[in-house]
Write a new protein. Sequence first.
Length: 416
Amino acid sequence: MSRPAAPEALTEPTERAGRGWTAALSLANGAIWVGWYGPLQILLALQAAELAPPGTAKESVLAWVTGAGAVVSMVANPLFGALSDRTASRFGRRSPWILAGVLGGAGALVLLAGAGTVAGMALGWCLVQLTLNAAFAAITAAVPDRAPHGQRGAVGGWLGAAQILGVVAGTGLATVAGGVVAGYLACAGCTVLGALPYVLLHRDPALPAGRRPALRLRALLAGFRISPRRHPDLAWAWLTRFLINLGNALALLYLLYYLRDVLHRPDPDGGVLVLTAVNAVTLLGTVVLGGFWSDRVGRRQPFVLGAGVIMTVATGLLAGWQTWPGALCAAALLGVGFGVFTSVDFALMTQVLPAAADRGKDLGVINIANALPQVAAPVLAAPIVQHLGGYRVLYGVAAGIGLLGALLVRRIRGVA
């Protein structure tokens, strides 16, 4: 007697995902990045400057708030990924969490807009991270659910393009909305509207109720432990992503203050928007192309290594050429490198996952490599800027960390 076929949700996909599905998922992804990066690029920095108590540096306030949010993000992403793995809704495993996450994120942004103290600001930002990570974990897991290996570079490219457009849109909304409160409200509305087409028009493969794993807390927590000995490729891929993202986070964390205090730009808010736009143009020129090219040649490592080297050069420019033209060149090069890295590294990660049944949880653990740098960057950056040499040393350290991450991709054996 033949064994019953595994549910569609627990098998590797063989049919290519449609353009409509890719477009809707990408739009939802971009909407989440609006909710993150309007605050991160502009609003949190302005709010920290307004709310910092007398005698407390605005850099320290911003570091503590973003660090606390990143800790929440680190926990929330794998947790909600694991919960979505176990969701047996008729709407699929992922869509319910996308909808709940963006609605909760919009509400948290509204709460953050009304914060009048540093504690209230920190609480609001932590809630934003908690809720939007629920949606982001589900979006990330939807790709290996629906796209076969040979299409994941391209899908990752479109998700990456939407990500940077979300960063630009969030930065733009925060800049032109007319104040901190208006900026948060605009980002909240955009976050919800961008996710609706995917939630309303597309259904994820459903997990039959009889196949849902039991939701036991001890088993859930134990599942987050992934042995580097049993899965060395996953461990090296995680470390590569962590170090490259840490270098990038160090480069971007104090960008507004860098323009204001080092380059003495008369309009630092507008300067951040210009640099973000330059970065977006070059990133969009490479993110989809890099994914398609990687799919075509069937290789991932050379693209990740080359992208990391380009990003190292860009960060080095911020250390050695501290002028407005230097910042523009660095922004352009960072876009080129991060575009290729975003799409190809995502495809690489999906190819080292241990099991189809735990895609959400495992990708959530992998996404800690995105969130943990947001915790580590303020811890490293604040003392460097204030006591250990300033922005020149900060960007030199960022360049070295990013280069180390790029070189470690060669340790991965199972993916070329």
